[in-house]
Write a protein that binds this ligand. Structure first.
Ligand code: MLT
Ligand code: ZN
Length: 462
């Protein structure tokens, strides 16, 4: 709890209209997109930063007074990563939302953290370039949040995640010092890659205030091959067949029957609801390669047992199928008061066991689950609809969740691929990560943030 004189001090550092302290104003910053039974704590103040100097001033002050500082973009996080555990100051980046520089020859763009991902993508696409990371919420989520979690999305299969597009970061350290990490060049073999350490660190090591990103040429053409299967296992063998065919699609995404029927119920778009699973395979590249890629993918899918194949090739058709897939979380949320979207990854060779196992575990506990995922990566999102206020359902959910994580780890996988650990998976973190590695992580945290003011209580306890 911040003292009144602390709040008064912040108001002398930052324009007072940029400091929110009314309870009603702070209330929504105690939530993000994570449904939890445990209510998060209210921040003591929300500060809208406008400049790097604003961030430096707040951190210097907070570090001296040992006040927690939690950076926040659009609040779309699903593991409680951008909400306070125990009060403190929220740094709101929505006013630092400029594209600062664009260089088409170097294929780079420099941005402030509050830039919305969808806007960034549109901007670079209008110049014939492409920024691939595409989390489902990209219409609202920001690049700062994306860097904090190293977000992925369907296109990670071919193009990687946020970490693969970071050329340099300008960050403010816990004590207010400014630091630039990464040379900004396409290659950089000079010293430790601190930028890669900060990407995905969930705001626990430093606060990102500028990022220089790598871009790639925008693929000339794309098509989405939708394939329906009578069993989940056939769909997964479809994934393996595509990989064996040596076509490299931009996405190999998945929806199970519950997810298809739930989406179709709330956002009708013509998906076939009598099939157990569907793959969304987007091929991209030169227009002249489309037909060959499509034929190879269709052959691979048919050999795996695909019973229906539909190809979306116009912009409108492609938009419609991706809107359906991206609506899965919102549609599942209509089934019950709460929905929790999990995030598990295993090596592809064990994917069929993971998908079936996760479904069986949820069925055993009577939990409705809509399964989607980026199966090309081995990554699935069991989206569980329930009422967290119901003790029985909550208990079942906790048991199902830990069984799914145990299964993932036993299959050579891990407990998050792209959503992060936040506070939601903290109790599973040390069971999953090598003990020696955990102790190095603690050492790194201590070095960056000796007073533990940066997003405390996330990833692991200090
Ligand atoms: C997705 O792939 O749709 C996102 O990661 C969000 C979710 O898990 O629901
Ligand atoms: Zn995802």
């Amino acid at each position: 709890m911040l003292l009144k004189n602390n709040i008064d001090s912040i108001k002398t550092l930052i324009k007072s209209e940029n400091v929110l302290t009314d309870r009603e104003e702070r209330y929504c910053y105690a939530q993000d997109s994570t449904n939890t039974r445990e209510k998060h704590s209210l921040p003591d103040a929300v500060v809208f930063v406008e400049t790097i100097e604003d961030v430096q001033k707040v951190l210097k002050f907070a570090n001296t007074c040992k006040i927690p500082v939690i950076s926040r973009g659009a609040g779309t996080n699903m593991v409680g990563a951008c909400v306070p555990k125990n009060g403190g100051i929220i740094l709101n980046f929505s006013k630092m939302n400029k594209i600062l520089d664009f260089n088409p020859v170097n294929m780079t763009v420099k941005v402030q953290p509050g830039v919305v991902l969808g806007d960034l993508r549109e901007f670079v696409e209008s110049k014939g370039l492409f920024y691939p990371p595409d989390p489902s919420n990209l219409r609202v989520s920001t690049i700062g949040g994306s860097i904090a979690q190293s977000s992925g999305g369907p296109m990670s299969f071919k193009y990687g995640t946020t970490k693969d597009y970071i050329l340099s970061l300008t960050v403010v350290l816990a004590d207010g010092t400014l630091m630039k990490v990464g040379a900004g060049t396409i290659k950089d073999a000079v010293g430790y890659h601190l930028n890669q350490l900060i990407v995905g660190s969930e705001g626990t090591l430093a606060v990102v205030v500028e990022a220089e990103l790598k871009l790639i040429p925008k693929p000339e053409a794309s098509r989405v091959v939708l394939a329906y299967f009578d069993t989940m296992e056939e769909a997964i063998s479809g994934v393996n067949n595509i990989i064996a065919s040596r076509v490299f699609p931009a996405t190999i995404d998945f929806m199970d029957n519950n997810s298809i029927t739930t989406v179709e119920k709330f956002y009708p778009c013509g998906l076939l609801t009598d099939k157990e699973a569907m793959l969304l395979v987007e091929i991209d590249g030169f227009e002249s390669s489309m037909q060959t890629q499509q034929e190879r993918v269709e052959k691979a899918l048919k050999e795996a047992g695909a019973s229906n194949i539909v190809v979306a090739s116009t912009d409108e058709e492609k938009k419609s199928v991706w809107t359906a897939r991206r609506s899965s979380f919102a549609a599942t949320a209509k089934l019950a008061p709460d929905v929790l979207s999990d995030d598990i990854i295993v090596p592809r060779t064990n994917l069929a066991k993971m998908v079936r196992g996760a479904k069986d575990i949820c069925d055993k506990y009577g939990l409705p689950v809509c399964m989607v995922g980026h199966v090309g990566d081995g990554n699935i999102h069991p989206q569980i609809a329930l009422n967290l206020e119901n003790d029985e359902e909550f208990k079942n959910y906790i048991s199902a969740k830990s069984e799914m994580y145990e299964l993932a780890v036993s299959l050579g996988g891990t407990i998050s691929a792209e959503h992060g650990v936040g506070s939601e998976k903290i109790s599973y973190f040390e069971k999953t990560v090598d003990t020696e590695a955990v102790s190095y992580m603690r050492g790194i945290k201590k070095l960056f943030d000796p007073n533990n003011i940066l997003n405390p209580g996330k990833i692991f306890e200090m």
